[in-house]
Design a protein around this ligand. Structure first.
Ligand code: FAD
Length: 482
């Protein structure tokens, strides 16, 4: 990749403009490039895999300030990268060269909440966990939950169309987001912050921003429908002897727990060994198994739900679908069990780095990808127990209820040979099964070169047409997937 010389280089005059427009405190600049100082956190990602060279971070405090900032950038051909909580996993929120980071972190107010309809309107920079805590006081729940909730922002979640742990129950953001306020590169404020459940009045343009990854504009406000907080939440954790049995357990869970099933997560034995090795926490089950599933139910009647779950457990144990299981007795235990699933991404990075593939594959073949990848790395002599091998482990886990696998390769160091062994192998494997190369993390920079494995030429052309229409100067998140 080469810097696109159509984009201007930053000058002190530019910086002065931003300082005047939105205030000194909302602008962090280091044009001399001497040390990175305060800019470092904005220039590197959560995995430590991508590193940018932004010399300027701007934090507008309102849609109007955002409009002034983007209009100026557009007129002066200054490239920008929108950044929320910077927890994205495909390098989308990190500048590639010297793009200006436009952060939404100062836009962190809850605008309104209607207790009758459950519709919440927030600034894009509200942290997911803060929104969920606010809703808890109102007996409601945010329809999205994920491991990065303490840092990620709702604008970032919507821009990546994050899926997460509750999608199985509450559906995707394409359905739950009712309205969006966004700013286009020319400074236009798109006020589509509808709070209506039904609104069939032509093209639903807000959908372009959901999963758009900051390539056509910056989201500044979101309205979203939030369900009632279920008073009865139960969590069970099982050990299983094979992936085949995990599929049978899922079928039984859907049929017997039906409307109260709110999560069905898969973790392979290796992923749990790693969590154990890093955290040294006591394992939930005494013996070790090749596969584990975590099931969550959420309902309105504790007695009814417990009876259903117990019947389900008896059934799967007596049929020998599940080898052993534990049911959380209280909220603390439920959280403890969730840590065995939510802790996987963080623990995997413990020894150096992780190659991450977040893919959709038809369920019957979902885990086969992990086995085939493991075999491929063994064949290439790239994986082993000692330092001479760059790769440590291949693990599979993820949102099995949504046919979404996280194939992760934990490595001692990032290494071109591993990359060559994995790509395009993984993508070809997925294309053959008509899967998706990105189930929920997006394309960002990491999957830029591989979009063709999941989208046809016609679809890519139409996407480019839209990009040109909204962002004719190409200043929005350049060098990324489009
Ligand atoms: P950032 O990382 O800051 O940005 C992500 C992308 O959106 C970038 O391209 C950025 O330019 C763009 N962007 C950010 N804000 C805006 C805005 N206001 N307007 C326009 N564009 C914007 N994802 C899942 O889907 N499911 C999971 O279960 C899940 N679990 C995770 C667990 C961990 C531990 C971590 C670290 C990440 C996980 N993720 C998961 C990744 C997920 O994409 C992000 O956590 C989250 O959705 C991104 O939000 P953010 O505010 O951090 O966005």
């Amino acid at each position: 990749l080469k810097r696109d010389e159509r984009f201007a280089r930053l000058t002190d005059d530019h910086v002065s403009f931003f300082q005047k427009a939105i205030g000194d405190a909302a602008v962090i600049a280091n044009l001399s490039g001497s040390g990175e100082g305060d800019l470092e956190v904005f220039n590197k990602d959560w995995m430590n895999k991508y590193r940018g060279h932004a010399q300027l971070v701007i934090k507008p405090g309102s849609a109007e300030e955002m409009s002034a900032v983007l209009r100026y950038c557009n007129e002066h051909h200054l490239a920008v990268v929108p950044q929320g909580g910077n927890t994205g996993l495909v390098g989308g929120s990190i500048p590639v060269f010297d793009e200006i980071v436009v952060s939404t972190s100062r836009m962190n107010k809850i605008r309104s909440f209607d207790e009758v309809s459950g519709i919440l309107v927030v600034d894009a920079g509200v942290v997911l966990e803060a929104a969920d805590q606010f809703l808890a006081e109102k007996n409601h729940i945010f329809p999205l939950d994920l491991g990065a909730k303490g840092s990620c922002q709702i604008g970032g979640n919507v821009s990546t169309n994050a899926g997460g742990l509750r999608l199985l129950r509450y559906g995707s953001l394409h359905g739950n987001v009712l309205g969006i306020e966004a700013v286009l590169p020319d400074g236009t404020i798109v006020d589509d912050l509808s709070t209506l459940r039904k609104n069939n009045t032509g093209y639903d343009l807000k959908q372009l921003f959901i999963g758009g990854e900051g390539t056509i504009g910056i989201i500044t406000g979101v309205s979203i429908i939030c369900p009632r907080r279920p008073p009865a939440v139960n969590v069970a954790f099982f050990g299983l002897e094979s992936y085949e049995l995990a599929q049978r357990a899922f079928r039984e869970a859907k049929s017997q727990l039906s409307e109260i099933l709110s999560a069905f997560e898969l973790m392979d034995g290796t992923s749990q060994d790693i969590v154990h090795a890093v955290t040294q926490r006591k394992r939930p089950l005494e013996s070790k198994y090749p596969f584990y599933c975590l099931i969550e139910t959420s309902g309105s009647n504790a007695e009814h739900d417990s009876a259903k779950l117990e019947t389900f457990l008896e059934h799967v144990m007596s049929q020998e679908i599940v080898s052993d299981g534990v049911l959380a007795q209280d909220e603390t235990q439920a959280k403890e069990l969730w840590k065995w699933r939510e802790g996987v991404p963080e623990c995997l990075g413990h020894w150096g780095g992780v190659y991450k593939y977040d893919v959709s594959i038809p369920l019957p073949e979902l885990y086969q990808l992990v086995e085939d990848t493991r075999a491929r790395l063994h064949e290439a002599k790239l994986i082993g127990d000692t330092d001479e091998y760059p790769a440590l482990n291949v693990v599979g886990y993820g949102h099995m209820g949504d046919a979404n696998l996280h194939l992760n390769v934990a490595v001692r160091r990032y290494d071109k040979a591993i990359e060559k062994a994995l790509e395009p192998f993984v993508y070809e494997w997925i294309q053959k099964r008509k899967g998706s190369i990105s189930a929920e993390h997006g394309l960002g920079l990491a999957k830029k070169a591989f979009i063709g494995y999941s989208k046809s030429e016609t679809m890519i052309r139409l996407m480019k047409d839209i990009k040109r229409l909204y962002d004719p100067n190409g200043i929005m998140n350049p060098y990324k997937y489009i």
